[in-house]
Design a binder for this molecule. Structure first.
Ligand code: GYE
Length: 325
């Protein structure tokens, strides 16, 4: 069968298997590195920026990209990975939506001799380290610690009594949700006045962030001093709920958020958010460089964290460059 026809049939198969968004067709049909990338979906502006970063970098590098959108379902992601393996891509990359449950498909990739890049999120469980080559993504524990360290600085302004924190966390069992929670707790533990009075998962979705905040406001009324939200999308939803309840975000409730989307930085400038912990979605360039090295059989580091910062109400905010996501 002609290679281009085989490619077309494989893409059609992938579309059926993933049951959702069409995988992106490779730019050139015949030559160059072929990268299979399984993305988890488009739950946030961060994710949309991440997908674009991958696509743009693949184009710059002349890498043929087969991209599947798993529509937030691990089983779709696993099916897409199996299709990439069957197609014999040169390198596999994927965003593990949750940490557990990847052993079998990774063993299949290893048996087929295909190197694996974990992009943005980590895996855990009965994982033999040889089942993937490299992790490229944020240090989420550090992000949680940054959020906590901002709060230690803020605490004197908040009075002498208990400081009641409501948390809206990300997708359960995903690395950013687990580690943003753990890092934050490891820092605020230092002061017994801090108390996490409620924690709900908003699945990294703006709509769910709003619902969580509405429910927590109904349960606790004005007894919430601080909101710690694991991503900007959920924070934007929560701010709507706070304003609808007649409260002033950033003043009646101190707001800490993670990601650093343009919309969150704008609200930080307006005083409606107090602290934005940066998490960059711009991982495309590094993923492509790693894919090229892996295909060439070169050794690569096991872990690569991008440099990240945070922006708070205590900083001068004029100089922050447009965020691009
Ligand atoms: O914070 C959130 C996205 O995995 C770091 O997923 C990523 C998170 C990001 O949907 O906005």
């Amino acid at each position: 069968m002609k290679k281009s026809l085989r490619m077309f049939l494989t893409l059609a198969l992938l579309m059926c298997l993933a049951g959702c968004g069409a995988p992106r067709a490779p730019q050139e049909a015949e030559e160059g590195l072929l990268l299979g990338f399984a993305q988890i979906g488009s739950e946030s502006s961060w994710r949309i920026g991440n997908t674009k970063s991958i696509q743009d970098a693949a184009e710059r590098h002349g890498i043929r990209l087969m991209m599947a959108d798993a529509n937030q379902k691990q089983e779709n992601e696993i099916r897409a990975l199996r299709s990439f393996i069957a197609y014999r891509v040169d390198v596999l990359a994927f965003v593990p939506i949750v940490e557990e449950g990847w052993e079998n498909v990774l063993r299949e990739a290893k048996a087929a001799g295909i190197p694996v890049i974990l992009s943005d999120r980590m895996i855990s469980g009965e994982i033999d380290e040889s089942l993937y080559d490299v992790y490229v993504g944020a240090d989420f524990l550090e992000e949680g610690k940054k959020a906590g360290s901002y709060l230690l600085r803020k605490r004197e302004e908040l009075g002498a009594g208990r400081l009641r924190i409501a948390e809206i966390s990300g997708t359960p069992d995903s690395t950013p949700a687990l580690e943003r929670a753990a890092g934050f707790r490891s820092v605020i533990r230092e002061d017994a006045r801090f108390e996490i009075i409620d924690s709900m998962s908003g699945d990294f979705l703006r709509s769910k962030g709003k619902e969580c905040m509405q429910q927590m406001l109904a349960r606790h009324g004005r007894d919430i001093d601080v909101l710690y939200s694991h991503n900007d999308g959920m924070t934007l939803g929560a701010i709507e709920a706070i304003e609808e309840a007649g409260l002033v975000p950033g003043r009646d409730i101190v707001i800490i958020t993670v990601d650093g989307e343009q919309a969150a930085v704008d609200l930080l400038r307006e005083g409606k958010i107090n602290c934005v912990v940066e998490c960059t979605p711009m991982l495309g360039e590094t993923v492509m460089e790693l894919a090229e090295k892996l295909k060439a059989g070169e050794t690569v580091p096991r872990i690569l964290h991008p440099e990240e910062t945070m922006f708070t109400e205590y900083d001068s905010l004029e100089a922050i460059a447009p965020r691009g996501y």
